[in-house]
Design a protein. Structure first.
Ligand SMILES: C[S@@+](CC[C@H](N)C(=O)[O-])C[C@H]1O[C@@H](n2cnc3c(N)ncnc32)[C@H](O)[C@@H]1O
Length: 213
């Protein structure tokens, strides 16, 4: 299987109508609960201040659009121009008003300070060195109270033998979250299918974590 621009374009066609992943939903719900609690206590005048998310490797934007529907501002980043075209078209002018798209490589992208970095099924496509550097930039972009929602591949994933990818033991991912409170953690290993219908051995790690220091 060759994962090239043509592969990703087919992936976007298939996934554009798919629902957002639960990781981003959990993160949105956690922020909403905090905003409601702050509004109730009178600490925050506006009940839902506009928050900023950076969606890395956004693809067709199933997570980005969920954030936009929840009235977040979103910077959506992908290396494939087709991803951002599909996302912008699906968002339309209404949701699109709070969307910024950037064609950039995750290996080098500057990540602005934000409330949430969302990274669903994209960071494993970086080789170990750029993965570590990008992870460091994600951690630096998040101040106290900000969150990371991510879907990563574990070391028993079928891509683990590919040197151009990064599939880590769950303990190593957890160690990379020093200074975070882990709010959601799910490790799943199963025979499944890709979005394009190919059989796949998946070792998936879902995480939502809140920066505490
Ligand atoms: C499996 S798709 C996931 C898309 C979306 N997050 C989702 O969950 O539907 C992986 C995405 O990561 C993007 N990607 C992979 N490597 C990248 C890189 N080095 N820089 C930017 N985007 C990258 C691909 O173009 C693709 O859109």
């Amino acid at each position: 299987m060759t994962v090239d621009s043509e592969y990703w374009s087919r992936y976007y066609e298939v996934t554009v109508e798919r629902p957002a992943w639960q990781t981003v939903g959990i993160a949105i719900a956690r922020f909403r609960a905090e905003d409601n609690a702050a509004a109730g206590s009178g600490r925050e005048r506006r009940p839902h201040r506009e928050r900023l998310a950076v969606d890395l490797g956004c693809g067709a934007g199933r997570d980005a659009r969920e954030l936009l529907r929840a009235r977040w501002r979103v910077i959506a980043i992908d290396r494939e121009p087709a991803a951002l075209q599909v996302l912008a078209a699906a968002a339309g002018p209404d949701l699109g008003a709070r969307l910024e798209t950037r064609v950039e490589d995750l290996a080098t992208v500057e990540i602005p300070p934000c409330d949430l970095v969302n990274a669903s099924l994209c960071l494993p496509f970086l080789a170990p060195e750029p993965f570590a550097a990008t992870w460091g930039r994600i951690v630096s972009a998040l101040g106290p109270g900000a969150r990371l929602s991510a879907m990563l591949f574990g070391d028993r994933d079928e891509s683990a033998s590919d040197p151009t990818m990064t599939c880590l033991p769950p303990e190593q991912i957890e160690a990379g979250l020093d200074g975070f409170e882990i709010e959601h953690w799910l490790v799943k290993e199963e025979e499944t299918q890709t979005a394009l219908g190919e059989p796949r051995h998946l070792h998936l790690i879902e995480v939502v974590a809140r920066k505490i220091g």
